[in-house]
Design a protein around this ligand. Structure first.
Ligand code: 3HC
Length: 288
């Protein structure tokens, strides 16, 4: 399949990554089907897309009206229907191998034979996910960053069986929606970005655990000296502290106590209203 034959994209999952990817695809001119397991999740994702598109329209950042872009997005809770006429499927379901395997196995049964199946996983193995299908050559990683509509990078990762043709289609498709893809040619845990970024968050968390810094001081250091858009703790809150926790825990290595404690008390960052900062009042409690 060539990128210019892709018309419909199915995005599986309507959470922060799924709805963001669906939005990016629709802005790029593709017909989109966004699927989640419950109507409520689908509706929340759809409302988030609407909010975001209206902001982008207000600021003149999209060429069409928000309403026109939204018209290209269909929603469903039925997985078989969602992928039945998809040329490209991008999965953004929860980061658990079993859920991904079940999803890919069903998708493989119902998607057109030549459809490319991509996973937005940030740390699971593309080869493991691909093994749940009868078309591992057509399975590839497409890792977007949060929020997808604002972040340019997409990591296009090869599994053991992924063909160049599949990876090239994913790469070219990402370019067609105005992203800046890179290839990750080995299916390494964390690909490039998280292999580098998670230690950045963890080193700060080890220092906090040892009373060597504070949340505010470490964030200020990296924002004001390095010019990063977010310091390590703000970024951890933004992405979800549980994500950084599982990334390390999965590999059997020790997790900094400052991160472990937040996971134990369910203070997972912005999504739960508190993490290293408190977001209860205005949604952005950072104060470094
Ligand atoms: N759609 C439309 N508008 C949005 C938006 C969205 N999704 N998100 C924010 N905005 C709007 C805000 O509402 C605000 O509008 P306003 O001026 O009218 O109030 C405007 O954009 C500007 O927002 P901010 O001032 O909050 O922020 P910036 O534009 O400066 O940048 C950011 C926001 C892009 C999130 C920036 O802080 C950033 O780059 N942070 C780092 C993010 C990052 O590193 N992400 C990757 C995390 S790792 C990951 O995702 C991997 C995964 O696998 C774990």
């Amino acid at each position: 399949m060539k990128v210019d034959t892709v018309q419909r994209v199915a995005v599986l999952g309507a959470g922060s990554m799924g709805h963001g990817i669906a939005e990016v695809a629709a802005i790029g001119g593709y017909d989109v089907t966004m699927r989640d397991i419950e109507e409520e999740f689908v509706q929340d994702g759809y409302d988030d897309i609407k909010w975001s598109l209206e902001k982008l329209e207000e600021k003149g950042r999209i060429d069409e009206s928000a309403a026109t872009v939204l018209e290209r997005i269909d929603t469903t809770t039925d997985l078989a229907d969602a992928v039945a006429d998809a040329d490209l499927v991008i999965e953004a379901v929860p980061e658990q191998l079993e859920i991904k395997e079940d999803t890919f196995s069903t998708v493989d049964e119902h998607a057109p034979e030549d459809a490319i199946l991509a996973s937005n996983t940030s740390s699971l193995s593309i080869s493991d996910i691909a093994a749940a299908t009868d078309r591992p050559k057509q399975v590839v990683g497409m890792h977007f960053f949060n929020p997808p509509v604002k972040m340019d990078l997409v990591e296009v990762t090869y599994g053991e069986a992924t063909t160049d043709e599949t990876a090239e289609l994913a790469y070219e498709w990402a370019e067609s929606v105005d992203k800046r893809p890179i290839y990750v040619r080995k299916d390494v845990h964390g690909f490039v970005v998280n292999t580098v970024l998670v230690p950045f968050m963890e080193e700060a968390a080890w220092m906090l655990s040892n009373d060597e810094t504070t949340v505010q001081e470490a964030d200020a250091a990296m924002v004001y000296e390095r010019g990063y858009p977010m310091g390590p703790f703000e970024l951890n809150d933004f992405g979800g502290i549980d994500i950084a926790y599982h990334f390390r825990d999965e590999s059997g290595q020790p997790v900094p106590p400052a991160i472990e404690e937040k996971v134990e008390t369910d203070d997972l960052g912005r999504k739960s209203g508190s993490g290293f900062y408190d977001y209860a009042d205005d949604g952005d409690g950072t104060d470094y």
